[in-house]
Design a protein around this ligand. Structure first.
Ligand code: ARG
Length: 473
């Protein structure tokens, strides 16, 4: 690229000298917004085509502009483009290069447009594409969870409240809880896409334009559902970025909870799962160790994603309408959150897919801690007609006795149980084993293997339905 003039050649008309170096450093966004190059060029191509169609520029100029923009796209993709900090951002870098390539016709591209609507459209396009990537990644994670859940639909494990063993559940059921969570994330992603699917291009600086532009044409060409309705809102709105970060933060929080469980499950004390070598690391000093680093980092990176949401909310909260340069700070937050979340999703999908499940350890733990006490109480209500409160009390005495005898509830002799309450019969043993306990919880959404399998089937159908391709031109 040729040497820049002292003042900025894009807006330097009224400036006698160029900016101070510090001014240039604080002002420039090219270091990060170069990521928007493809969207910027796509937006410019659509804008130029519309300007020609409406007779605002000549067909000949449009042809030159389009050829120049495509040449720039190739230069950037081949790593041959010289980005310049003096030219501030991606928009001016591209336009300056266009002028070098095609001469004065380049100056017509910015007719009826401002960088304010330009950046808004570029960034929306980028966020939309990223949301589509996350949608697909969530689909892969849900698939991985579903196949592990199916494998372990009848594998009993302790279910926890307060991280204290509460009632036996199946591992498949537990994994399906995450399917529900990531399924909600996916539907939030789709909601966010639907809401941002409006094209701000043509709002110009903030007030619209006196040129006879066709905003429906550019909206359609760029794959948006429709143009935005208010030019002031069009250039001052960053809801789509905030919503992206909110969706990302909630999803990261879900990933973090699963990561935390993986950390707990893979401790030798629990021993419920073993991570594959591919998703764990060793210790440089303790040869016996296998550390769940990927899970720990997923847990930690959630802090970063959540931080970006608070960061951008704070940037936006005091801004008067319409555009302010503050809004340039939106990009790094979104880019970093996106890159981080992509990695977290991929790592989690990998870990879930190849973790080794120790069903025997889960079963053993499921039986500990009198986990079928509620089943005994329920049995007393159902079979002996006791009020639940009394059944609770009777069961408490049985638990105390089992504790004293250092055995499980199912190992208490019938005579001992009958001494606590005479209505107890042989039949009670059918609910005291964890397998029977789990099998009996057939309420809708309950942990019975038959119910879990039903939900897995329903999710498989739903995934198929959700897989229909996005409308994206
Ligand atoms: N680099 C700017 C941003 O990211 C582009 C818009 C600048 N508009 C302006 N009037 N200075 O927000």
């Amino acid at each position: 690229m040729s040497q820049e003039k002292a003042s900025n050649r894009m807006w330097g008309g009224r400036f006698a000298s160029g900016p101070d170096a510090v001014m240039e450093a604080i002002n420039a966004s090219i270091g990060f917004d170069r990521k928007l190059y493809a969207q910027d060029i796509r937006g410019s191509l659509a804008h130029a085509a519309m300007l020609a169609k409406t007779g605002i520029i000549s067909a000949e100029d449009e042809k030159k502009i389009a050829e120049g923009l495509n040449a720039i796209l190739a230069e950037i993709e081949e790593g041959k483009f010289a980005f310049s900090t003096k030219l501030e951002d991606i928009h001016m870098n591209v336009e300056a290069r266009l002028a070098e390539l095609i001469g004065p016709a380049a100056g017509r591209l910015h007719t009826a447009r401002s960088r304010n609507d330009q950046v808004a459209v570029d960034f929306r396009l980028w966020v939309k594409e990223e949301l589509q990537r996350i949608d697909a990644a969530l689909g892969r994670l849900i698939e991985a969870l579903l196949s592990r859940a199916e494998e372990h639909a009848a594998t009993v494990m302790p279910g926890f409240t307060h991280l204290q063993a509460a009632q036996p559940v199946t591992f498949g059921h537990h994994l399906m809880a995450y399917v529900e969570m990531f399924g909600r994330d996916r539907s939030r992603v789709r909601d966010a896409i639907a809401r941002l699917d409006e094209c701000p291009l043509g709002a110009a600086a903030l007030a619209g334009t006196s040129f006879p532009i066709d905003r429906h044409m550019t909206a359609e060409a760029l794959g948006f559902r429709e143009p935005t309705r208010n030019s002031i809102d069009s250039v001052s709105d960053r809801d789509f970025a905030l919503e992206f970060l909110a969706v990302a933060a909630i999803c990261a929080t879900h990933l973090s909870r699963l990561a935390e469980e993986i950390v707990i499950w893979s401790t030798p004390q629990f021993g419920f799962i073993r991570l594959s070598d591919a998703f764990s690391t060793g210790s440089s000093i303790m040869p016996q160790k296998k550390n769940p680093d990927a899970a720990e980092l997923i847990r930690a990176k959630t802090g970063r994603v959540n931080g970006h949401l608070i960061g951008l909310l704070t940037v936006m909260k005091g801004l008067p309408l319409a555009y302010s340069k503050d809004m340039q700070e939106d990009k790094e937050a979104v880019f970093d959150a996106a890159e981080t979340l992509d990695l977290m999703l991929a790592a989690m999908t990998g870990m879930v897919g190849d973790m080794e499940v120790n069903a025997a350890a889960m079963r053993k733990a499921a039986g500990a801690g009198f986990s079928t006490a509620t089943d005994l109480a329920d049995w007393l209500v159902r079979e002996a007609g006791l009020p639940f409160r009394e059944a609770h009390h009777v069961t408490g005495r049985a638990v105390a006795l089992a504790e004293e005898k250092k055995c499980g509830l199912e190992k208490l002799p019938l005579a001992d149980l009958q001494a606590i309450h005479p209505a107890i019969t042989e039949g009670v043993y059918s609910v005291l084993s964890v397998a029977n306990s789990v099998k009996s919880r057939t309420s809708y959404g309950g942990t019975a293997p038959s119910e879990v399998r039903k939900q897995i089937r329903a999710w498989r159908k739903r995934l198929k339905r959700d897989a229909r391709p996005h409308k994206n031109r």
